[in-house]
Design a protein around this ligand. Structure first.
Ligand code: G6P
Length: 442
């Protein structure tokens, strides 16, 4: 790769793109990017033009010889790419709003990654990512696919199971956010904090925490028990934890665990929000509008701080650190979504897990943790079953599998409610779910 690196970002018109560009600029000395291709679909053309122009200004301001290309032609972009990052949203934020709102009618949290919303986001996204995988196989077979598209765990699972791509890594900013939150609660610099992460995407636990190499897990549990340390992300309520529950759990949950351990309180908050300020998708739409207004300013040549209102803080650090470590064979430790390969004993070897890995030029090598603690093992396995059945439904368009996935999701109370939600959501997302609406043969 001495010629310089070619990166392709699918969903390049996303408001998150300046994060990525900033990350590449910061690391240019180690990560000499020659070409950055931002790819989008015709509906995203306007956003692509705005964000692409900002990306060009950022590169120019930094005085770097990175060529930024904007295109709607995915296949042209992919030719000979070294890294392909994916950050697209099938159906855009309107589809997310439906994912969040429809289940609420049935007294169920929608949630775009964990609940029925996550199921539908997976059903819409997986066929598209598998098409992208076919293009990668043909046009840039040596490239690494770095997926950010949610539900990132389910998408990684689907790529591992249903495509020929093996150089795939699923990424999320939740572990970085947890590490930063812990550092803040301990009032120390994050560089001194290490966390043993293990679980699944948005279902990841800190099994141990170290400050300068010495375990401080009990102190972190106590810090988390303090309601003033919400330790959450912009997109998730910071409802406080029951301190004795945390002490009993004995490991560090992530922000998304509130959906499972505090279901009714979270539901009450979401119902109220839906009535007042809108669901998260509706709030984000407003934030995006403001961001794109800023991005349009020809004098803006940096990532505006307002981007931090989105849940994806540190997103570029996760992506750029990963790409940097693969490219430079850094062998540092990063939490990513990858094939388990026995790292977590209670999950199948060929399933995707989110776990600390040594990042090499051959990709992530997961670090073995053995069995998960009994307190969390069952929930992790249940979510893995949900992800696997959902991925199968996405690929086959099998209604019964989709109903099964909906019903075994822990946020859905009964098979009947699951069916009602499923039917309404299938209809609402029909245009993005052709696999469920094949004409019946005569
Ligand atoms: C967190 C999650 C991401 C998710 C994002 C949503 O960062 O880790 O997977 O996409 O929040 O943020 P938003 O601002 O879109 O609600």
């Amino acid at each position: 790769m001495t010629k310089g690196i070619k990166i392709v970002t699918i969903g390049g018109g996303s408001s998150y793109t300046p994060e990525l560009v900033e990350g590449f600029i910061k690391r240019y000395d180690e990560l000499p990017i020659r070409e950055l291709w931002l790819v989008d679909i015709p509906e995203g053309q306007e956003k692509l033009n705005i964000v692409g122009a900002l990306a060009k200004r950022m590169v120019e301001k930094a005085g770097l010889p990175i060529e930024v290309h904007l295109t709607l032609d995915r296949r042209a972009a992919l030719k000979d790419a070294d890294f392909v990052t994916t950050q697209f949203r099938v159906g855009l934020l309107d589809a997310r709003a439906k994912d969040e709102r429809i289940p609420l009618k049935y007294g169920v949290i929608g949630q775009e990654t964990n609940g029925p919303g996550g199921l539908f986001k997976g059903l819409r996204t997986i066929p598209v990512i598998l098409e992208i995988c076919k293009d990668i196989e043909e046009l840039c077979p040596d490239a690494w696919l770095i997926n950010f598209t949610n539900p990132a765990g389910m998408v990684t699972e689907a790529v591992l199971r249903y495509s020929n791509i093996r150089k795939v890594v699923g990424l999320c900013n939740v572990p970085i956010g947890m590490r930063m939150g812990i550092a803040k609660a301990l009032d120390v610099d994050a560089s001194r904090v290490q966390v043993d992460f293990a679980g699944l995407n948005h279902m990841v636990y800190g099994l141990n925490v170290y400050l300068d190499g010495v375990s401080v897990l009990p102190q972190v549990v106590e810090a988390m028990a303090d309601p003033s340390n919400a330790m959450t992300m912009k997109n998730i309520s910071g409802l406080s934890w029951e301190p004795d529950f945390l002490r009993g759990l004995g490991v560090i949950p992530c922000g998304y665990h509130r959906y499972y351990y505090k279901t009714s309180e979270m539901l009450a908050e979401e119902l109220e929000a839906a009535e007042t300020k809108g669901t998260r998708a509706e709030v984000v739409k407003q934030v995006e509008k403001e961001l794109f207004e800023l991005y349009k300013d020809p004098n803006l040549a940096i990532k505006p701080p307002q981007l931090e209102k989105r849940g994806g803080a540190y997103y570029s650090d996760a992506a750029c650190n990963l790409i940097n470590s693969i490219y430079n064979d850094k062998r540092d430790i990063q939490p990513v979504n990858t094939r388990n390969n026995g790292a977590i004993a209670s999950i199948e070897d060929d399933s995707a897990v989110e776990v600390n890995c040594v990042i090499t030029k051959e990709g992530p090598k997961p670090i073995a943790v053995g069995d998960l603690p009994v307190a969390v093992r069952g929930l992790v396995q249940q979510i893995k079953s949900f992800e696997r059945v959902a991925a199968e439904a996405a690929v086959t368009g099998d209604y019964n599998k989709a109903l099964l996935a909906m019903t075994i999701n822990p946020l859905v109370p009964t098979d009947k409610i699951a069916k009602e939600i499923l039917d309404e959501m299938l209809e609402a997302h029909k245009e993005y779910l052709p696999q469920f609406f094949q004409p019946v043969e005569a």
